[in-house]
Design a protein around this ligand. Sequence first.
Ligand code: SAM
Length: 289
Amino acid sequence: MGKYLHKIGDELWFKEEMEEGIGHSARVDKVLFDDEIDHQHLVVFENAKYGRMFALNGIIQMTSSDEFVYHEMLAHVPLYAHGEAKRVLIIGGGDGGILREVLRHKSCESATLVEIEKDVIEFAKQWFPETSNGAFDDPRTNIVITDGAKYVQETDERYDVVIVDSTDPVGPGEVLFTEEFYAGCKRVLTPGGILTVQGGLPFLQPWEPKMIKERQSKSFANVDFYVAAVPTYTGGLMTLGFASDAQYPHDATWLRRRTSANPLEMGYYTPEVHEAAFALPAYIRKGLE
Ligand code: SAM
């Protein structure tokens, strides 16, 4: 039994190690996978409440019950803000949830997913087929297996939106939080392009959004954050980063015109939620100063 599963009485539990002494626990009703894959330790299991869950290196990445929250907010905020994104780059996101949401936009002509771990894609297809929902086989999809930090320094391709759906800044994910990486994202963006990133849990990791802001500000004129409430991410609200050289009004009335031109059935995203998400609670706004 791997290091993240623990016998408690006659039950088996997954215990997340989010921060020192803090983390989500979930009873394991069925183990589907629990082993090292190339760069990371992968656990996939069933839980009665949260459905199918998957964790990398002891940190919950995604659950079938609430993945729509994070994937809708990280994908639709930049795509509705931009309004005519044709070419989208996704760094990480091996579960296919961001890719699925991006491809729902009629304006999207191509979506390139750069994932360091081929096995995550294979496991996601096997254990979470509904998350990618066929997105990996969409004719507009290009999959590149490499380090995202290397890709943005070397590719000749250009993108209207770059979405970084990374793990936390530890292990292989660490390079996706550096100044050089953000400069690389700026390099591959078309004028007025938008970068959105997974920006941590500000209550438990206040240093993360602040670090992202400092590092992205070296390459982007406007760096802001918005929030989403993902039930299975410990610590309350999660921050997502939004950076661009252009100014985008996150105004519900203006966005409503966009969504009515491209109406999509959502579980979390609405133009009003989009606008409100940028109204950061005082402790998060203060933590960014
Ligand atoms: N939604 C999750 C969260 O908020 O933590 C992240 C989901 S996705 C599983 C994160 C992906 O980033 C993983 O599949 C991991 O393999 C990938 N990843 C980590 N470091 C990477 C790198 N340097 N380049 C490309 N992909 C990377």
